[in-house]
Design a protein around this ligand. Structure first.
Ligand code: TYM
Length: 336
């Protein structure tokens, strides 16, 4: 049987960034050729950062638009908005009763995020967030989950929960998902602080390249990327994190091995690399940006794609939920 892929992104910014694009979206698009893929805009997860209502609406559509623009194909894959499929929250409750306080408390993303906002700013949703993520994955009997490195620990929890369901409720209750992380692009770094991952919540917007940035902004950000005082262009993650990050991006977008790129720039200066890389990034992102803007300007067309996706996703999700409800011992509703 064709293996199933599931993944999602939070609609927590107007534009996805180059880390989301290379670490996840590009892999999603490729996996459609070999797998049955299901991709979601996980708006319920985004509620944990208490977004303004109109902002959330806009970002949910913009995120779906960028999936489509990057090549997620609704004729081959399922594309939907998480809150349109209520089974996600229903399974979350069941899974939360299988999750230990200790293991939930160990999640480093929760620790980082809650430390940032302090106890008074931390909602319970942020704590149970990885359980909702596990529900997303297990609902579709997912075999493969393409993500960036920062999701590894959450995926471990999803796997542990699937295994626990199988041992407590019987084999075949859940599929244990495999994480799909492409090492080279698993962590794209911030251009201004190349030891930190590129992130929507970066302290400096200049460190982030957004898919929806215009070419001028992209070029400016790459040209001002932090490198080092040395002059040699070579890949050395530890000692030359800035240059190594630029080489990684260059290689990922052109499909050329890093060594070949390094050979091309022998004896040249950082400025040369940056000018060429800016062209490479602009060439790769411009068609995506233009297609995304078209989708954003046609919300009705977009909503109709999402509605069809929700219908297909619900059918799969409902079957899984009924199987798990039955095994847990929840009394089925008999229609008179
Ligand atoms: P999110 O929305 O933070 O990020 C979306 C995807 O982009 C990847 N990513 C990166 N990859 C490489 N370099 C970076 N700098 C970088 N920054 C982000 C992330 O690893 C992710 O794959 N919890 C998830 C969303 C989620 C999910 C799911 C994912 C909810 N349910 C089920 C998979 C399956 C998140 O916050 O991703």
């Amino acid at each position: 049987m064709t293996q199933r892929v599931f993944s999602g992104m939070q609609p927590t910014s107007d534009s996805l960034h180059l880390g989301n694009f290379l670490g996840a979206l590009t892999q999603w698009v490729a996996l459609q050729d070999t797998h049955h893929a299901i991709y979601s805009v996980v708006d319920l997860h985004a509620l944990t950062v208490s977004p303004d209502r109109d902002v959330l609406v806009r970002r949910t559509r913009a995120t779906a638009a960028q999936y489509l623009a990057a090549g997620v194909d609704p004729d081959r894959s399922i594309l939907f908005v998480q809150s349109h499929v209520p089974q996600h929250t229903e399974l979350t409750w069941i899974l939360s009763t299988f999750t230990g306080m200790g293991e939930a408390s160990r999640m480093t993303q929760f620790k980082d995020k809650s430390t940032k906002v302090g106890e008074s700013g931390t909602n319970v949703g942020l704590f149970t967030y990885p359980i909702l993520q596990a529900a997303d994955i297990l609902l579709y009997d997912t075999n493969v989950v393409p993500v960036g490195e920062d999701q590894r620990q959450h995926l471990e929890l999803s796997r542990d929960l699937a295994q626990r369901l199988n041992s407590r409720l019987g084999e075949g209750t859940a599929v244990v998902p495999e994480v799909h992380i492409v090492k080279e692009v698993a962590k794209i770094f911030d251009l201004q602080d190349p030891t930190a991952k590129m992130s929507k919540s970066s302290s400096s917007p200049n460190g982030v390249i957004d898919i929806l940035d215009d070419p001028k902004a992209i070029t400016k950000r790459i040209k001002s990327a932090v490198t080092d005082t040395d002059t040699v262009i070579r890949f050395d993650r530890e000692h030359k994190p800035g240059v190594s990050n630029l080489l990684t991006i260059y290689s990922a977008l052109t499909g050329r091995p890093v060594d070949d790129i390094v050979a091309d720039y022998e004896g040249k200066m950082y400025g040369h690399l940056k000018v060429d890389l800016a062209d490479v990034v602009v060439a790769a992102l411009t068609p995506v940006r233009e297609a995304a803007l078209e989708w954003i300007e046609s919300p009705e067309r977009l909503d109709s794609v999402l509605a069809q996706g929700a219908e297909k996703a619900s059918a799969i999700a409902q079957a899984t939920l009924e199987r798990i409800y039955e095994r847990v011992g929840l009394l089925p509703l008999k229609h008179r």
